[in-house]
Design a protein around this ligand. Structure first.
Ligand SMILES: C[S@@+](CC[C@H](N)C(=O)[O-])C[C@H]1O[C@@H](n2cnc3c(N)ncnc32)[C@H](O)[C@@H]1O
Length: 217
């Protein structure tokens, strides 16, 4: 029995407004549902951010060459299927090492095997863990850049978000960088369509947490 999971569920379901930490969505099945969500027309955040990243990478390339940086290790928090790191790796050969952190270990392992095939020279490290807790990564001496896309910071309450950023700073070390993707304010209807899609994939993704609770607790 995962006691942390049990404690979090009990604490969340005892509140007047019930809540569960989003990290529990992501067992192997949940990660699969999230990949399907990313392919939905209604789920604009995924394709919008993915479409922006080649330009962002171009800007970073200029910035890093101005700083004479020639070796960067990229650390993605909540790396998922590793789709968004690809536009960065394509345009930024200065990234020689990549550390992928995710709570969904099996899914991450499969995704990193695919990434290794596409980028054979890249050093890839996979870390299964909870990024809300300090993670010992044994980072190299290269300058670190955190990568936190997907508006995942929106999963946190404001104080938790500050705590995450403090802990990421400790993980990444001094003089490090952070590239973060955050959604802007949206029309209510657009949000409802994105997070309550017509094919009910998001509903299945959400309800999977209940199946997981029944199975694991
Ligand atoms: C919204 S998805 C974003 C995936 C990918 N970065 C993207 O932008 O498409 C959130 C990812 O973070 C992972 N995740 C969520 N909470 C986490 C936690 N506390 N620790 C580690 N990984 C977490 C999930 O497994 C999932 O892969």
């Amino acid at each position: 029995m995962n006691h942390g999971f049990l404690q979090d569920v009990l604490a969340g379901l005892r509140l007047p407004q019930k809540t569960l930490p989003p990290k529990y969505f992501y067992d192997a099945k949940g990660s699969g549902y999230f990949d399907q969500i990313c392919q939905l027309d209604e789920y604009y955040p995924y394709r919008t951010e993915l479409g922006m990243l080649p330009d962002v990478a171009g800007e970073l390339k200029q910035y890093f060459s101005g700083k004479s940086l020639d070796n960067i290790q990229l650390v993605e928090f909540g790396a998922g299927s590793l789709h968004k790191v690809k536009p960065l790796l394509k345009k930024l050969p200065v990234i020689t090492e990549f550390v992928a952190i995710d709570i969904s270990g099996e899914h991450l392992k499969n995704a990193s095997a695919d990434l290794a095939e596409s980028f054979p020279k890249l050093q890839i490290k996979v870390a299964q863990g909870d990024f809300t807790q300090p993670i010992e990564l044994a980072l190299s001496q290269a300058t670190s850049m955190g990568f936190f896309p997907g508006s995942t910071i929106g999963n946190f309450e404001p104080e938790e978000a500050c705590e995450f950023l403090r802990s990421a700073r400790t993980t990444l070390g001094k003089e490090s960088y952070m590239l973060m993707g955050v959604d802007t304010k949206k029309d209510e209807q657009m949000l409802e369509r994105a997070y309550n899609d017509s094919k009910d994939i998001t509903a299945r993704f959400n309800k999977n947490i209940l199946t997981r609770m029944n199975r694991e607790l």
